[in-house]
Design a protein around this ligand. Structure first.
Ligand SMILES: C[S@@+](CC[C@H](N)C(=O)[O-])C[C@H]1O[C@@H](n2cnc3c(N)ncnc32)[C@H](O)[C@@H]1O
Length: 225
C-alpha cells in the first residue's frame, strides 16, 4: 500500500473515530477516580489510573490538546505528555499550556518530555565517538543517519517535527510560566518527587532518553486553602 493511501485511510479513520473517542473520553472522566490523571498524545499507551488520550484513531479516548478541553476548571491532578510538544506549533503549545493551567487543581502538576535541542547541539559538536551511541540507537530505530549533522536534522525534520516547535529548557520554562504555571523543575527520565509521575517514560538511560528534557511545573497553590 502506498504511503499516501495509508495516510488518507488513517485520516478518514481518525475523523470517523472522533465522536466515539470524544464520548469515551467523557465517560472515562465521569468514571475516573482521584487523583485525576490525563495523558496527552499517548498514542496506544494505556496506563493504570490514567485517561490516556490522543487525536489518532488508534487511541480509544479522543482529546485534542490544541482545542478547548471538555474538562472542568481546577479538576485535574496530573497531566502528562511524552514527545508531543515538538509536534505542535508554538501557538498550539501556548493553548495546550493555558488549558493545562485552567484544568489543573491548585498544586496540580504537568510533566512534559521532549527532545532538548541544546543537548542535541552539544552532541552534534562533540567527537564522533561521543555521538556514536545516539547515532547507533537512531539507526536501529530506522532513522536515516549518515552524518553527524543528521543528529540535528532528525530533530528538526523527521516524524513531523518540521511542523512543530523546537524546545530547550529556556523556551519550555518561559512558556510554562507565561501560561501561569510555576515551580518549573527538571528531572531524570523515569523519576519524579511524585509517585504518580514516576516510572512513566518508556525510555530510561538510553542515548535517546539522554537527549530528551523532562520538565515538571505546577499550578500555583490556592491562596484560599
Ligand atoms: C511521537 S508521538 C508520542 C507518542 C507517545 N506519547 C510516546 O511517547 O510514545 C506524538 C503523539 O502526539 C499526538 N498528537 C499530535 N497532535 C496532537 C494534538 N493536537 N493533541 C493531542 N495529541 C496529539 C500524535 O497523534 C502522536 O500519538
Amino acid at each position: 500500500m502506498s504511503t499516501s493511501l495509508r495516510s488518507t485511510i488513517s485520516m478518514v479513520l481518525t475523523r470517523l473515530n472522533q465522536p466515539i473517542g470524544r464520548y469515551k473520553f467523557k465517560k472515562a472522566l465521569e468514571k475516573a477516580q482521584e487523583p485525576l490523571r490525563i495523558e496527552i498524545g499517548a498514542w496506544t499507551t494505556r496506563r493504570e489510573g490514567w485517561i490516556s488520550t490522543d487525536v489518532h484513531w488508534r487511541s480509544q479516548t479522543y482529546l485534542d490538546a490544541t482545542r478547548k478541553w471538555p474538562v472542568a476548571d481546577n479538576s485535574v491532578d496530573y497531566i502528562y505528555a511524552d514527545n508531543v510538544v515538538e509536534h505542535l506549533t508554538l501557538e498550539q503549545n501556548r493553548f495546550f499550556f493555558e488549558e493545562s493551567q485552567r484544568v489543573l487543581r491548585p498544586d496540580g502538576r504537568i510533566r512534559l518530555v521532549t527532545p532538548d535541542i541544546s543537548a542535541l547541539a552539544r552532541l552534534y559538536l562533540a567527537s564522533p565517538e561521543d555521538a556514536r551511541p545516539l547515532r547507533d540507537e537512531l539507526l536501529r530505530e530506522g532513522y536515516s543517519i549518515h552524518h553527524q549533522v543528521d543528529l540535528l536534522r532528525f530533530a528538526f525534520q523527521d516524524d513531523g517535527h518540521h511542523e512543530g516547535y523546537l524546545w530547550d529548557l529556556g523556551s519550555l520554562s518561559d512558556e510554562l510560566l507565561r501560561a501561569g504555571l510555576t515551580g518549573v523543575s527538571v528531572h531524570e527520565a523515569g523519576s519524579s518527587l511524585y509517585q504518580e509521575l514516576s516510572g512513566l517514560e518508556a525510555r530510561v538511560g538510553t542515548p535517546v532518553a539522554n537527549i530528551c528534557i523532562v520538565v515538571e511545573a505546577m499550578k500555583p497553590p490556592s491562596i484560599l486553602k
